[in-house]
Structures are given as C-alpha cells and as structure tokens.
Write a protein that binds this ligand. Structure first.
Ligand code: SAM
Length: 259
C-alpha cells in the first residue's frame, strides 16, 4: 500500500479517521499551499496523507504523532524529510517546537481533543503564520459563528478574539477510512497581530465569556450577577437586558475590564 501502513487498524481512542480520497487530499493541500522553506508543523500525520503533500511543497515537515506504531512507520518512511515528535500534542510544550521560527500549523485533528488543542495552541499564536485544520463541521460552524447565530458561543468569542477565521469547505465522511459519522470542514485561522488585539486579562475575559454563555437564555444582568453589577455592565456601554449571543467580541473585552 503506497499511501499508508499496511495492516494498521484505526484506533478509536486516538480519533483515527484516515483520509484516503486523493481528490480531497489534493484539495486540502491546495488550500494550505505549502511553499519551499516554510516551517510546516502537522498534528497527527497518521498514514501521511497530508504529510506527503506538505513535504512535496515545503521540502520538509515536522509532525507530532501520539501513536507509536505510526510514529515508527513515519520515521522509517521519511528518514530525511520529516522531523517526527512522538508525543501527545496536548501535553507538548509548543515553545520548544522550532523556537523563534514562524510556523504554519496543519492537521486533520482527532475530534475528541480538538477544542482543548485549539486553546493550547494559543500559547504560540504570536509566531504562527496560519493554521489549517479539519474538524467536525459542527465545531467549525461554532468557531466562525457571528453574534445572533444560534451557535455563537464561548468557542466563537475566545477564538475570534485571537484569530481571523474562515471556513473553507466541507469534506464528506466518505473521504475517510473508517468513515466518521459526521461531515467535516476545513477552517483557516490567522492570528491577529499584537497591535490589533485589545489588551485583556485572559482569566477575567475567559470567566466573563464562560458565565455569559453558561445559561445562554439568561440576560447578562442575571448570567453575570456573580461577576459584575448591573452598573458595571452599563458602564461598559452594554444593555444588561440583552443576552450574550447578541454581543460582539469586543463587548466581552469591555466587560472583562470591569470585572
Ligand atoms: N492526518 C491523517 C489523515 O488526514 O489521514 C490522520 C488524521 S486522524 C483524524 C488523527 C491523527 O492524530 C491520528 O494519526 C492519531 O494517531 C493522531 N493523534 C490523536 N491524538 C493525538 C494527540 N493527542 N497528539 C498527537 N497526535 C494525535
């Protein structure tokens, strides 16, 4: 089998759904468009469906794989063109990955860890050029949702604070082996520049956003009652009678300044 590891049985606990359809592999690779000399870091290379394309475009790639059998096969298959870090991407100290180098991060992410991984990667957003991920469509829809949408929530606000995000296209279950139960989507994330970011105390921002969406049908006055007085909400220029789903990202920043 040219495009994989013969005999490898997909491991559910590692969220293994391998891309096998060349049409989709090529389309994703084109969206990423790796160029010679760029530092590409792939999370979960698996059987190298995307890795091969990244190496073909950039000449070299770095990949993080938790599955020992796949890691051994990857090292053997790409002895010179792939730097393999055999570990859990969630536990990895990302500051040690090509320090001080601008990174392009890609991955067909294991769905069971996608949200924590997105948050974990914020620690290196300052030196990331862009991130292209395949995730469950439902998660991507939440990431890019705008105020007023039913799926606008904590994930939308926290990620949109830090990244510009664009949903690229959907990928059907049949593109994978084994086929997942749901449709997937590709999302592009580009970190905002430091000067574009409104300063926030991350802990306060996070608790305001979490509380505001915890009971999303409540007004801000009620949802935030443990963190902010009604006066403080008004001081931020926000009507305490509205719900969190109506507020743009910057309104949460304003609220966090008063917490
Ligand atoms: N990139 C391949 C593809 O598109 O066919 C594989 C994608 S598969 C959905 C997810 C991959 O991530 C698997 O290779 C799996 O072993 C790996 N993986 C799962 N959890 C991981 C973790 N915590 N850290 C690093 N890799 C992980």
């Amino acid at each position: 089998m040219q495009n994989g590891l013969a005999g490898h049985r997909a491991r559910k606990r590692f969220g293994q759904n391998f891309l096998h359809d060349e049409h989709w592999i090529e389309r994703i690779a084109r969206a990423i468009d790796p160029k010679p000399g760029q530092t590409i870091v792939e999370i979960g290379p698996g059987q190298a469906a995307l890795t091969r394309k990244m190496i073909a475009g950039a000449g070299h790639a770095t990949a993080i794989e938790i599955d020992r059998d796949l890691a051994a096969w990857l090292k053997e298959t790409f002895p010179d063109t792939l730097t393999l870090i055999e570990t859990d991407a969630l536990k990895l100290d990302w500051s040690s990955v090509h320090p001080q180098t601008a990174l392009r991060v890609v991955g067909n992410l294991p769905y069971n860890i996608s949200s924590p991984l997105l948050f974990h990667l914020m620690s290196i957003a300052d030196r990331v050029i862009d991130q292209h991920f395949m995730l469950q469509k439902e998660v991507v829809d939440r990431m890019v949702a705008e105020p007023g949408s039913k799926v606008y929530g904590r994930l939308s606000v926290m990620l949109q604070y830090r990244y510009r995000m664009q949903k690229m296209f959907d990928v059907p279950p049949g593109a994978f082996t084994p086929a997942p139960k749901v449709t997937s989507s590709i999302v592009r994330m580009i970190p905002k520049k430091q000067e574009e970011l409104q300063p926030v105390d991350w802990e306060k921002f996070s608790s305001i956003v979490t509380a505001a969406f915890n009971q999303r049908r409540k007004t801000l006055r009620n949802a935030l009652s443990k963190l902010l007085t009604e006066e403080a909400i008004k001081d931020a220029g926000i009507d305490p009678g509205v719900r969190a789903e109506a507020l743009p990202v910057l309104a949460f920043v304003e609220l966090s300044h008063r917490a």
